[in-house]
Design a protein around this ligand. Structure first.
Ligand code: ATP
Ligand code: MG
Length: 256
């Protein structure tokens, strides 16, 4: 894969869309997050790497209010998540897209129905200009799968399902996208296609993305910046090219 990390140097990241300060979360004696700090800037692709069980999913759950942090602050686009009531939290969630591990399409629904689902959930936002067909078609064309409109998930390959799931994430036009292991379980060529799609979408819609991954190739190609989550803190932070040359054994372990 060609090195694209330099292109990001031309962009200027100033506006914070997520600001996490001193986040702590324990389950009994298991201190998962121990004072984690993170900033995501507008238009940025931020990769978080951490070994299995290090707290990456817990972090994402705290971000969207599915888990309650013990202490610390989580600010998303100017809103303090820990202080929002249900209604406001739902409103904020409507601005955030998730792509969770596996595609998690509804098996009993066609591709079209899968894509219509989030539109119905966020009806209020789409009611006025609700040309559902056009929105669904644009979303499918974005991922190069317009011909699958009336197909069932069981008729699609793993890579196609992941692309449909990405289309479904994008259909609500999120300002922030959270990806949990977007390339896991895919072969290298399909992974590369998904990564290219993520980059294209980021450019087209100027979304800000938080990408959790174990995939070093994915991190290299997609990240503007990386954070390594070790022992519950943002242990190291920097561009791929800097971190991959570090001598610290805890950092080196990620790039083997
Ligand atoms: N609801 C919960 N109750 C108790 N412990 C939990 C809960 N959720 C997570 N944990 C613990 O928190 C730690 C971090 O879990 P988490 O799922 O965030 O790991 P992860 O970094 O996402 O790992 P993986 O790469 O395997 O997905 C683990 O030790 C896990 O057992
Ligand atoms: Mg996880």
């Amino acid at each position: 894969m060609e090195d694209t990390t330099n292109s990001s140097d031309l962009r200027d990241f100033k506006e914070k869309v997520i600001d996490i300060r001193d986040l702590r979360k324990s389950f009994g004696d298991n201190h998962v997050l121990n004072g984690f700090n993170m900033r995501l800037f507008k238009g940025e692709n931020l990769v978080i790497m951490g070994k299995s069980g290090s707290g990456k999913s817990v972090l994402i759950k705290c971000l969207v209010g599915l888990e309650t942090a013990d202490s610390g602050s989580i600010n998303i686009m100017g809103h303090e998540v820990t202080e929002l009531n249900r209604l406001l939290l739902d409103k904020l969630r409507a601005e955030i897209g998730f792509l969770f591990q596996g595609s998690a399409l509804y098996d009993s629904m066609t591709v079209r129905e899968n894509l219509e689902f989030p539109l119905r959930r966020h009806k209020k936002r789409f009611e006025k200009s609700m040309d559902t067909n056009a929105i669904v078609m644009e979303a499918l064309e974005n991922v190069g799968l317009a011909h699958t409109l009336e197909m069932m998930p069981s008729e699609l390959s793993g890579g196609m399902k992941r692309r449909i799931a990405l289309a479904r994430t994008l259909i609500i036009r999120p300002k922030i996208i959270l990806y949990d292991e977007p390339t896991s379980g895919l072969d290298p060529i399909t992974s590369k296609e998904i990564i290219e799609l993520m980059l294209r979408i980021q450019k087209k819609y100027e979304t800000s993305s938080l990408i959790i991954t174990h995939d070093v190739d994915c991190a290299r190609v997609i990240s503007d910046r990386m954070i390594l989550l070790v022992d519950g803190i943002n242990y190291a932070e920097g561009k791929y090219n800097e971190l991959s040359k570090a001598q610290d054994p805890k950092i080196k372990a990620f790039f083997k």
